[in-house]
Design a protein around this ligand. Structure first.
Ligand SMILES: Cc1cc2nc3c(=O)[nH]c(=O)nc-3n(C[C@H](O)[C@H](O)[C@H](O)COP(=O)(O)OP(=O)(O)OC[C@H]3O[C@@H](n4cnc5c(N)ncnc54)[C@H](O)[C@@H]3O)c2cc1C
Length: 394
């Protein structure tokens, strides 16, 4: 019997993108989200060319360009002085190098635009999946409200604490990375003129880093403060942090950092967890994607991008062999697991290098980046051309 119905749990970037890609291939998709609505959260997201290519293939490049921002460059800066250590030009270069640009946007704008592409009824709220029952001929999802849903294939896009993952691989806990992220958004119109440059600026220092970039056509600025703090572990998009505390954490840093923090109305606090790469993401007719399969630290800004790539590849493999869903899902895993695992591990490494407390290691890192830039000015400071250049839509 051929695959027709696909259930996706979780309406994050991964689940929504998978749903759009699956619908484009003709599958009958339902997305089950535990929350009662898609909530506006004050946070930005950067999409590299590798993820933007997926949206281009889904016909959404123009839609995204309407609410995103295209940064000039990626600039690694000294946390203390703000001086550029390594600048990688993106705007005007990436379009030629990768066929598509680098975009930054408000997460809620992207989620809203993706959800708006789904016909009524596809996205169902208030549906927390609590168990899955997998058989040779299909899967049944059970929800906390007592209802069930039968489908041919089930996709767990339900984030780092995935219920589907637990079904596949048993109960365990993600690893607290010892780092807390504070995220804020400032209205660009309220900022002193010429305070910021139009790039993705990454300020690095011992035990912390700070990133800002424009979003929503340049009307807003998103910032993320990443601080090593071992005491606080709550993971929630909606827990509020104290702006005065964040400002204190960055005392002695380049003044731009404190200025930006002061211009946010509020900030959200989020403990960072990740996992070691998993040995498998698939079992029979069930597959994991996105953070459910490969949660990672945000230092390469690729967790969402990998989820987006996953969704596209999953739909592609299922469409190639709808009569053999188990084989199709194994092909999806083969195509995706090595790449996402490599990005997971590299994200950890960038965290260590960026935030090293050792003075000697900091001097060596800055020298290495400066020499690399002299020898090969167009190369990204993190040497991630292999991430951006990969085209899952081919
Ligand atoms: C500070 C920070 C900055 C980041 N910046 C970037 C960036 O710039 N670029 C980038 O690509 N990535 C970035 N990331 C990573 C990115 O946010 C995640 O990788 C991405 O959101 C994962 O998407 P997902 O759809 O897999 O999971 P999620 O976004 O976690 O979505 C999971 C969804 O599933 C729902 N759900 C959970 N359990 C259930 C259940 N049992 N039943 C039904 N629904 C359920 C949740 O409510 C949620 O809506 C960043 C992360 C952090 C923490």
């Amino acid at each position: 019997m051929t695959t027709r119905t696909v259930a996706v749990t979780g309406a994050g970037l991964g689940g929504l993108t998978a749903a759009l890609a699956l619908r484009k291939r003709g599958f009958d998709v339902t997305v089950f989200e535990q929350a009662s609505e898609l909530r506006e959260v004050g946070a930005g997201v950067q999409l590299g060319p590798n993820a933007m290519r997926v949206y281009a293939a889904l016909g959404l490049e123009r839609t995204i360009a309407d609410f995103s921002f295209v940064p000039e460059a990626h600039v690694v800066r000294s946390g203390k002085t703000g001086a550029a250590i390594a600048t990688t030009q993106m705007k005007g270069v990436y379009e030629a190098q990768y066929g598509i640009g680098y975009h930054t946007m408000l997460r809620a704008d992207l989620q809203g635009a993706l959800a708006a592409q789904l016909p009524a009824g596809v996205l169902q709220f208030g549906k927390k999946c609590r168990a899955v029952d997998s058989r040779a001929d299909g899967v049944t999802l059970q929800f906390e409200d007592g209802t069930t849903f039968d489908c041919d294939v089930a996709v767990g896009a339900d984030g780092i604490h995935s219920a589907m993952r637990e079904h596949l691989l048993g109960k365990d806990s993600p690893r607290f990375t010892g780092t807390v992220a504070y995220r804020g958004v400032a209205d660009a119109a309220t900022l002193p003129k010429d305070l910021l440059t139009g790039d993705v600026s990454v300020f690095i220092g011992p035990g912390a880093s700070f990133v800002y970039y424009y979003i929503r056509r340049g009307e807003l600025v998103n910032w993320v403060a990443l601080v090593e703090e071992s005491s606080w572990r709550q993971e929630s998009w909606s827990a509020e942090g104290d702006l005065a505390d964040v400002k204190r954490l960055y005392e002695g840093w380049c003044p731009v950092v404190g200025d930006l923090i002061s211009h946010a109305e509020r900030c959200y606090k989020w403990a960072l967890f990740d996992r070691d790469p998993l040995p498998r993401w698939v079992d029979g007719r069930i597959a994991l994607l996105g953070d459910a399969a490969h949660p990672m630290m945000p230092y390469l800004a690729q967790g969402g991008c990998m989820a987006i790539e996953d969704g596209y590849v999953l739909a592609h493999e299922l469409a190639k062999a709808p009569e053999a869903p188990e084989r199709a899902l194994r092909a999806y895993q083969t195509a995706r697991l090595p790449r996402a695992s490599r990005v997971q591990l590299m994200s950890r490494k960038v965290a260590r290098v960026n935030q090293t407390p050792s003075l000697g290691a900091r001097i060596a890192r800055n020298l290495r980046m400066a020499v690399q830039k002299m020898l090969n000015p167009s190369q990204h400071a993190y040497k991630i051309e292999w991430i951006y250049g990969f085209d899952v839509t081919r």
